[in-house]
Design a protein around this ligand. Structure first.
Ligand SMILES: C[S@@+](CC[C@H](N)C(=O)[O-])C[C@H]1O[C@@H](n2cnc3c(N)ncnc32)[C@H](O)[C@@H]1O
Length: 359
């Protein structure tokens, strides 16, 4: 390549773009540290503080805190007052990074950073072999971090807003329904439903034993007795109409065999039953996703490190990946499994689309 081929304006633009990604990755690492060490909460509690004041309050070494505070202020995550020489966290940043129960929180993106980025050392081998890394082979943090993605939606939206949008589901749950949550992870959706509908029974199926172990602990903490977990590697859905409601939240695109899963769900659902699906709200194809930047760039990255890797974690895996099951594909998947009615549920969510499938 000769220097003559380079357009100076285009170079400057790409330089700014790529430098921004490099900076973003490092700032993200520092946000991860802030979450890990509880620094946003400590600053919120203390109010505007110097590094010395924060260090006394939280019992950490001042010099380390000072460097982190300098980093966060220069990244404009935290505020710095040049008159009082104190750092503070704005209410807006508290919403996005501080409050763990806030629906608008972005904590999951940063909290899960180290487990996801650890995959970067392993996926080069997947590029050679074609085979990805199953969920349980990613260390204990995978299940812990995954449950943060949807946790607050389950707590704040699932029972009061989402379920009433499905045809007849709440009435059935009140009376006493049988529910299967397939790809249930640590069971947080089931726990919210189990608390709200004590007459119903909930069976969670997941192939991650680490997630199931966490789920059983959450169930004990929540004190609910109507939730049971099943190891999906051995314990398959019943082969006959058993469930009034089946849910699959953010997991079909992760599965090696989602068509088989959909067919098993069809067999296990009662004739008037409902399949409630949440999956990533991608564009219909790659070219549509190109127009949905920069979120698509994030999703394709997560796909390589996590979702597609899971969906290719055994020979012959379908490999849909994070953006692989948008509405048209999901409709086909449901129809080919034998569901004759399929509609999008009008729920607004920054990442996911929701569907109701009936037999
Ligand atoms: C992104 S997580 C979502 C978990 C859960 N629904 C939630 O919202 O927290 C995807 C889950 O799918 C599970 N999974 C992948 N393949 C599966 C399969 N064939 N059967 C059951 N679960 C599967 C993974 O173990 C993981 O827990």
């Amino acid at each position: 390549m000769s220097e003559n081929e380079i357009d100076a304006t285009a170079l400057a633009a790409k330089q700014a773009l790529i430098a921004g990604y490099g900076i973003g990755a490092h700032v993200a690492g520092m946000i991860h540290l802030g979450l890990e060490l509880g620094l946003y909460g400590a600053l919120r509690e203390s109010g505007p503080a110097t590094s010395e004041e924060l260090a006394v309050g939280i019992g950490l070494h001042e010099r380390w805190l000072r460097e982190w505070l300098y980093q966060q202020a220069t990244a404009r995550v935290l505020d710095y007052d040049t008159v009082t020489k104190r750092f503070s966290i704005s209410p807006e940043v508290w919403v996005l990074l501080g409050d763990p129960d806030e629906l608008r929180t972005q904590r999951a993106n940063f909290a899960g950073l180290t487990y996801r980025f650890a995959m970067l050392d392993r996926v080069p081998e997947s590029f050679r072999t074609g085979i990805g890394i199953p969920w349980d082979d990613r260390g204990p943090r995978a299940a812990e971090m995954t449950e943060l993605l949807f946790r607050n939606w389950y707590r704040h939206v699932l029972v009061p807003v989402a379920l009433p949008m499905l045809d007849g589901v709440v009435a059935a749950l009140r009376v006493g329904a049988r529910v299967a949550d397939v790809g249930c992870g640590a069971g947080l959706a089931m726990i919210e439903m189990a608390k709200a509908f004590p007459s119903s029974r909930f069976d969670g199926y997941d192939s991650s034993l680490q997630a199931i172990e966490r789920g059983r602990a959450h169930v004990r903490e929540a004190g609910v007795s109507n939730v049971t977990f099943h190891d999906a590697n051995r314990d398959l859905l019943p082969d006959g109409p058993s469930f009034d409601l089946v849910t699959t939240f953010d997991c079909l695109h992760d599965m090696t065999h989602p068509h088989e899963a959909a067919a098993a769900i069809r067999r296990a659902i009662k004739p008037e039953g409902t399949w409630f699906i949440a999956d990533i709200n991608g564009g219909a194809d790659f070219e549509e996703n190109l127009g949905k930047r920069p979120l698509s760039a994030l999703f394709y990255a997560i796909s390589v490190m996590s979702c597609m890797s899971s969906a290719l974690s055994e020979e012959g895996g379908a490999g849909y990946g994070t953006l692989g099951l948008p509405e048209p594909e999901m409709r086909k998947l449901a129809q080919s499994a034998g569901f004759s009615r399929f509609r999008r549920v009008d729920l607004t969510h920054p990442v996911n689309a929701f569907y109701e499938a009936r037999t």
